[in-house]
Design a protein around this ligand. Structure first.
Ligand SMILES: *Cc1c(COP(=O)(O)O)cnc(C)c1O
Length: 367
């Protein structure tokens, strides 16, 4: 075929979590009964302030938006004590990740990340003609930033650190992130704080004044409940952000995204309610899963999900995933969704109390 691009035709693409509609249809279950615990979405829905602002912005649809999403950048900067020139917005972090890889890694160069990790990092690296360097855990799912530094090469343009990490939910200490940035002065270190609200960690923005090669990424998809709106941002030194501005597609942020995210930023009530409920349910799910003696939660998650290990030697993660689906519970089978995790792990969102009950009851029912 004349239009065949050998890089793009060979790469894998993203494997999304299943939808409630699909599971309802496939298993003959009422859609409203399905517990969707595979995509780390907010079980309390979108920020009400964000939702109302999207509706109020509809009349602006005929106008081109500001090309840098200036209104939203200024609000983000004011909220987190940043320079607006050091903030760039995207259609989720997922738009910014390939941009950052293209801007700061030369063609054929490498991008360092832990393994397993958020798949978008390596999917984007490969799609952009860069090579992922995968850095394994030490003991069972214990990751170290110094291993990232040791694995990096002179052509490593970007190193990703996810804190809380996906899929373990564990956080990295600021001192570790700072040390990584110092050890790799010619590499952009990206600290992905998509799940920061659910943790007890101080904001990564605190490190920016001390680390000129650090970038912090955040999303509106999780704690703010706006995964469908597609808004994320990155904060870094203005000279780094200016290069990304030159590369991004001109009007990447629509007026509904800008209005919804700017209003959600003020919705402390929604975020606090979400975070409080999830922290409480996270302790509960861990206690109850461990009581089964056939499954065990990996300790230490500070995210809105936990990793559940299948201890029962008669079962594996794919079998448990399918048995949960039959019972109307959607989770992530890590053997499909994450590299190098094998057949013993499921990632399960910490939803509402009702979701915890549904999940534990379905899990206990599997033989
Ligand atoms: C969910 C998630 C994101 C957010 O992606 P968006 O494109 O902003 O929805 C970023 N990083 C990690 C590790 C995630 O799990």
């Amino acid at each position: 075929m004349p239009l065949r691009n050998p890089v793009l035709s060979a790469i894998e693409t993203y494997v999304p979590g299943l939808t409630t509609g699909y599971v309802a249809q496939a298993y003959g279950l009422p859609e409203a009964d399905i517990a969707k615990l595979g995509s780390a979405e907010n079980p309390f829905g979108p920020s009400p302030l964000g939702r109302a602002a999207v509706a109020a912005a509809l009349d602006a649809l005929s106008l081109y938006p500001n090309w840098t999403a200036e209104g939203l950048r200024k609000k983000i900067a004011a909220k987190y004590g940043l320079d607006p020139e050091g903030v760039i917005c995207g259609a989720g972090e997922t738009e910014l990740i390939p941009l950052v890889i293209r801007a700061f890694t030369r063609e054929g160069g490498t991008v360092a990340m832990h393994e397993p990790t958020f798949p978008v990092y390596h999917l984007a690296a490969e799609a952009e003609g860069r090579k992922p360097i995968f850095v394994p855990a030490r003991d069972e799912l214990v990751f170290d930033v110094d291993d990232l530094a040791a694995a990096a090469r002179p052509d490593t343009g970007v190193a990703f650190v996810t804190s809380p990490h996906s899929p373990t939910g564990r956080v990295f200490a600021h001192a570790d992130v700072e040390r990584l940035a110092r050890r790799l002065p010619d590499t952009l270190v990206v600290l992905d704080e998509a799940y920061w609200h659910f943790s007890d960690a101080p904001p990564g923005f605190n490190l920016l004044p001390r680390c000129p090669n650090l970038m912090v990424m955040r999303t509106f998809s999780k704690a703010f409940g706006l995964a469908g709106l597609r808004v994320g941002f990155a904060a870094a030194a203005p000279p780094l952000v200016r290069q990304l501005m030159a590369l991004k597609s001109t009007w990447n942020m629509g007026c509904l995204q800008v209005a919804g995210a700017a209003a959600a930023l003020d919705d402390d009530a929604h975020v606090q309610r979400t975070v409080a409920a999830i922290k409480e349910a996270r302790a509960e799910i861990e206690r109850r899963v461990n009581q089964t003696n056939r499954f065990q939660v990996l300790p230490g998650s500070q995210a809105n999900y936990v990793l559940v290990k299948v201890l029962d030697p008669g079962l594996d993660s794919t079998r448990v995933f399918n048995e949960l689906l039959k019972r109307g519970v959607i989770v992530k089978d890590c053997s499909v969704s994450f590299r190098a995790l094998g057949k013993r792990w499921l990632r399960v969102d910490v939803g509402t109390r009702r979701h915890v009950d549904r999940f534990v009851a379905a899990l206990s029912d599997i033989r």
